[in-house]
Design a protein around this ligand. Structure first.
Ligand SMILES: [Zn+2]
Length: 527
């Protein structure tokens, strides 16, 4: 007798193989049989006829570091079929920080994660990972570049070399020994962007020794530090020089190059033909989301959060700050919208575009942005506006699906979930949007898409016995209706749950039942 049987479903097993009809039996935390199981009974039987049964989805890029510590159930990921999330992305996280640096960096990255937990021991990767045991989903991590730099040379614009580099390399090695799947950076964020290519080659040589993965949001700050001034060339060179496996975060076209996949993939394909081991990921929306510090040049960040806040209020810095906002990403900020602001007196600006917020406060867009950053203590985030033309949006979505048709592409939501404000819908709809709405529109094979969400990331990042529906594997499973599954979250109403995903299992426990989260906390710190 099994604990549970999913009866009569169409199994998409995660390997890319053709769909087959089978029962799937679960005992404890594992799948104990797949096939014609009419002779086997179970404590609970779920009729999966007419439905697809696949491995639980793996989100390779989730900014859930903060929200998972406040809300263990993590319903918004589970209801999409996500059973494992990779946090610590873009080199921005709490991991590996001493108490003092947790206070400093926690405030610096609060626009992404909310206020940091107080008194949490995150000083080693083992300690950090222990806080993510027993959540709704499984959680995997990388050693984040920002904390590694902070702990070795502080928040300074200096290259890591000599003793500083040795210290950083030791931190990375210890993190790999304690369960990190690799090393992550975001080279538009600080202090990460104070690095140069040599530093990244040196640290990734350590990662390569542990067979880990270099996960990178490629450089678009301090580009003169990259070979040919190009973030993607730099990433490929790091793979060539260190031998590390490279994984490019949220890599897709933009409104300016929509439809021209060659413009983003030529360098990658050249490197791959030279023997660099590269995988990539993307999310299916034509607009991004981040924190406004993204618009500020390195000089504004030197010294860390308190120095930055001082500069935001210092008239001697005003011109440089405004110049940075207006020149780093010209035109981008006017169409942006505040997603979340952690200051009571500015809450009314959540969901308001930068242009409207500026009018309301009778300031320029730049002055308004600086005021919100300063008065919220950097507790603020925004999302970009969608392109005005539906044809551009649809082309960018077609590009995403073409990228996901490749053998080397995974799905990372880049979700920044917040239980208040007006967040980007990608945290609430990415997986059903791809496997439902966009698959049906573009005709990309379901088996191939599921592979990119399951066995491909599991094998890439060394998640043992996950990502495949087969006897003996962990019972991370999602049951969905391939004909109707879809996202419902949009930019006006971003937190609505998807439709067509009745059941999700995490380590054999029913985490979503009839489309509703059960509250089960069966997730583990993996691998
Ligand atoms: Zn990100």
């Amino acid at each position: 007798m099994a604990d549970l049987i999913l009866r009569g479903g169409s199994v998409v097993d995660g390997t890319g193989a053709a769909t087959f009809e089978a029962d799937v039996a679960v005992e404890g935390d594992r799948i104990n049989a797949v096939g014609e199981l009419s002779g086997l009974s179970a404590e609970r039987e779920i009729d999966a006829s007419g439905l697809t049964v696949s491995p639980g989805f793996i989100d390779t890029h989730a900014h859930s570091d903060g929200v998972l510590l406040r809300d263990a159930v993590h319903a918004h990921g589970l209801v999409q079929g996500v059973t494992t999330e990779f946090i610590t992305q873009d080199g921005l996280s709490y991991a590996l920080l001493t108490e003092e640096n947790l206070d400093l960096y926690g405030r610096y990255i609060a626009g992404l994660y909310g206020p940091p937990p107080v008194g949490l021991d995150v000083s080693t990767m083992a300690a950090f990972r222990s806080h993510y045991e027993g959540k709704g989903c499984n959680v995997a991590v990388q050693a984040p570049h920002g904390p590694v730099r902070l702990e070795s040379v502080g928040f300074e614009d200096v290259p890591l070399e000599g003793e500083g580099l040795n210290r950083a390399a030791r931190i990375v090695a210890q993190a790999m020994e304690q369960g990190a799947t690799g090393f992550s950076t975001g080279l538009s964020y600080y202090p990460n962007s104070f690095s140069n290519t040599n530093e990244l080659v040196a640290l990734n040589s350590v990662v390569a020794q542990y067979d880990g993965v270099y996960v990178t949001h490629i450089r678009n700050h301090n580009n003169e530090r990259a070979p040919e001034g190009s973030g993607i060339v730099e990433a490929m060179n790091i793979g060539r020089r260190s031998g590390v496996k490279v994984h490019i975060s949220h890599y897709r076209t933009f409104p300016g190059n929509a439809g021209d996949l060659d413009s983003i993939m030529a360098e990658v394909d050249q490197a791959k033909s030279d023997g660099v081991d590269v995988t990539l990921e993307c999310y299916p929306y034509a607009a991004a989301a981040t924190v406004p510090g993204y618009f500020l040049r390195g000089e504004c960040h030197v010294g860390g959060v308190d120095r930055l806040l001082e500069r935001l209020g210092d008239s001697a810095w005003r011109e440089r700050l405004v110049d940075s906002l207006e020149n780093l990403f010209p035109g981008r900020s006017d169409s942006a919208t505040w997603t979340w602001i952690g200051a009571e007196h500015l809450k009314h600006l959540e969901g308001v575009s930068f242009a409207d917020a500026a009018r309301m406060l009778e300031l320029s867009v730049s002055e308004m942005t600086l005021k919100v950053m300063r008065e919220s203590g950097l507790h603020c985030g925004f999302r970009d506006g969608m392109p005005a033309s539906a044809s551009v949006v649809r082309q960018m979505e077609a590009d995403v699906m073409a990228l996901l048709s490749r053998d080397d592409y995974m799905v990372g939501s880049d979700g920044i979930p917040f239980d208040e404000g007006v967040p980007h819908p990608r945290a609430y709809g990415t997986f059903p949007r791809i496997v439902g709405r966009l698959r049906r529109r573009t005709g990309v094979s379901l088996e191939h898409l599921v592979r990119g969400m399951t066995s491909l990331p599991a094998s890439r990042f060394g998640l043992t016995d996950r990502g495949v529906v087969a006897e003996g594997k962990f019972a991370d499973l999602v049951v969905f209706d391939a004909d109707t599954v879809t996202d419902t979250a949009d930019f006006n109403d971003p937190r609505t749950p998807p439709a067509g995903i009745p059941y999700v299992l995490v380590n054999g426990q029913v985490a979503v039942d009839g489309g509703k989260p059960t509250g089960a906390l069966a997730g583990r710190s993996v691998p």
